[in-house]
Design a protein around this ligand. Structure first.
Ligand code: TEU
Length: 552
């Protein structure tokens, strides 16, 4: 059985607002992306994931869509989109688009109609209630807003300007399926589906558990794995992809998804999605206070999490592999070491660790350059709605600005959203105008121009890893076995396929490590694919990838 193409692919995420600005308005756009396609082809990635570019009031930077089948003028036109897609295909790459199916903008005509009166035919396209339940939204406020016009409340798991669609209503589902078919007819190669595991709610909308000292409840058990989630995903798959001969890529973003659920979601026989973005590892350094309460990182916890998912989807299903995206801080600053001494080595080490697991790797724009977190100095610099709402709530709870700033500096989403660093010039080559968000001052030393022709650069290391996945079947398809589970510094594992075994060892720390392997002798003479030959000690951020032949 031939494996689907995406099992050997590497995906590159573009967050259009901050990738490349072609018209000097300080905001990235589609023409800007097209102008940088040779850079992406040179990196070797197979698929571009384009975060939302649709008309939007930009309250949540595009994840509040007011028109699903057009392009926001700040990003360009549908003609620009078609030209971009054609140019991507001309270079042998594919492109998937981000679709936001759980909620729309409150400026979307569907919601404008729905809120107009209780008798409007689209009233039931959203969740309206005379009395709200106690759910908390993901953006630090009640998940219900009272609409003055009718005195009723509507549900929004995110911002008040992102009302949730009511998937119980078949008209809603059919309208979304038609939209998805519209983009497939336009030639896109698949979808990244935003918070797709939240589309089925428990229709009783019961109150959630209220943590001590809090007033709002956590509704997660009532919408993160709703009663009809598998029915809806299977219906969508039938309605959207049936009768189409291409093999598309569909990745579902699923906060809170568990391995057992992911096996069902990604089992090809069930016709739901191809892979999911799970959040287990991105919460490992969250303290009891949540995302902005930063707790120490423990490599053993990461090994336990990745190991759990590697084993859990070894037989059925498929993993996505990611450190970063537009919602996460930069990994080299988070679990690497972004000091001048270790930034390059730690970025390469973390890339090797991630890319050689079994699953499809995702590169977030700038990861391949070791872009770092932004040196925020004040809470006034926070522009992301999740951060802004968190700051307001934390201040109301009496937290000091210094404490809040520490959380924002470490885990704020704006860290991932600073403009792409193309060169050391004024605005990092991102724009000839004034960027909508300041460029990271370290762009003078961290930029693409300095790296694309440097064989020792982080960019070149990503090229090697991507080539390895294309050329070595063991990387794409080999069985995974974790080693040294309890080692606090070294992450080690093997991959095995037929008569080829690969050993991957990475010192995930800025200090020397001792990491003797029980079967060291079998690796002493192995081929060195990346890094250093085997020896029982490892230098800070040292990595080694060895290959040997085994009896198949
Ligand atoms: O993110 C869903 C999500 O769970 C994140 O918001 C998460 O809560 C947090 O930021 C990461 O720890 C998706 C999109 O990726 C995000 O940009 C949107 O804000 C959100 O959905 C609503 O559409």
């Amino acid at each position: 059985m031939t494996e689907p193409w995406w099992k050997r692919a590497v995906v590159y995420q573009i967050w259009p607002r901050s990738f490349a600005d072609s018209d000097g308005d300080g905001i990235g756009d589609l023409k800007g992306i097209e102008q940088r396609l040779d850079y992406l082809a040179g990196l070797g990635v197979d698929v571009l994931w384009l975060s939302p570019f649709y008309p939007s009031p930009q309250d949540d930077y595009g994840y509040d869509v007011s028109d699903y089948t057009d392009v926001d003028p700040m990003f360009g036109t549908l003609a620009d989109f078609d030209a971009l897609l054609a140019a991507v295909h001309d270079r042998g790459m594919r492109m998937i688009v981000d679709v936001v199916l759980n909620h729309t903008s409150d400026r979307h005509p569907w919601f404008v109609e729905s809120r107009s009166s209780p008798d409007n035919p689209k009233r039931d396209w959203y969740w309206w209630r005379r009395e709200p339940n106690n759910w908390r939204s993901f953006f630090s406020e009640p998940a219900w807003t009272r609409d003055e016009r009718t005195g009723e409340y509507y549900l929004h798991l995110f911002a008040a300007s992102q009302p949730d669609l009511n998937w119980e209503n078949p008209q809603v589902r059919q309208a979304l399926y038609a939209m998805l078919r519209w983009w497939l007819d336009r030639g896109v190669d698949g979808f990244r589906m935003d918070v797709i595991n939240m589309i089925s709610k428990d229709p009783a909308l019961p109150d959630g558990w209220v943590p001590p000292g809090e007033t709002l409840g956590h509704g997660f058990p009532h919408f993160l794995y709703g009663p009809k989630i598998h029915d809806y995903l299977q219906e969508m798959h039938r309605e959207v992809f049936a009768g189409r001969d291409s093999t598309y890529l569909v990745v579902g973003e699923m906060p809170g998804a568990q391995v057992e659920q992911a096996v069902k979601y990604t089992d090809p026989a069930r016709g739901e999605v191809d892979m999911v973005f799970q959040f287990d590892h991105v919460g490992l350094d969250y303290g009891p206070g949540g995302k902005y309460d930063v707790a120490p990182f423990d490599l053993r916890a990461l090994k336990a999490s990745f190991g759990h998912w590697q084993t859990g989807l070894a037989e059925v299903g498929w993993n996505s592999l990611y450190w970063d995206n537009h919602d996460q801080p930069r990994i080299v600053s988070r679990w690497g070491d972004d000091s001048d001494a270790w930034r390059v080595a730690s970025a390469k080490a973390l890339a090797t660790l991630l890319h050689l697991h079994r699953g499809t790797p995702y590169v977030y724009q700038g990861d391949e350059l070791a872009m770092t977190n932004y040196p925020f100095t004040s809470l006034d610099q926070v522009v992301d709605i999740e951060g802004v709402n968190f700051v307001r709530e934390a201040r109301a709870k009496g937290h000091t600005d210094d404490a809040i700033l520490a959380g924002i500096r470490a885990h704020g989403r704006d860290n991932a959203r600073t403009p792409m660093q193309w060169d050391a010039g004024g605005q990092a080559g991102f724009t000839t105008g004034t960027p909508w968000l300041p460029v990271n001052p370290n762009h003078t030393t961290v930029n693409a121009a300095d790296q694309v022709d440097d064989p020792d650069s982080v960019f070149a290391h990503y090229q090697r890893l991507i080539r390895l996945r294309h050329e070595e079947p063991v990387v794409a398809l080999g069985d995974f076995t974790m080693l040294l589970d309890d080692h606090p510094q070294v992450y080690a594992f093997t991959r095995l396929l037929d008569d080829v075994e690969m050993l991957v060892m990475v010192n995930v720390s800025s200090s020397d490590a001792s990491a003797p392997l029980d079967d060291a002798d079998v690796w002493s003479g192995a081929d060195v694919v990346l890094g250093e030959p085997y020896r029982p000690t490892m230098a800070p951020w040292e990595q080694r990838v060895l290959r040997r032949a085994v009896d198949g």
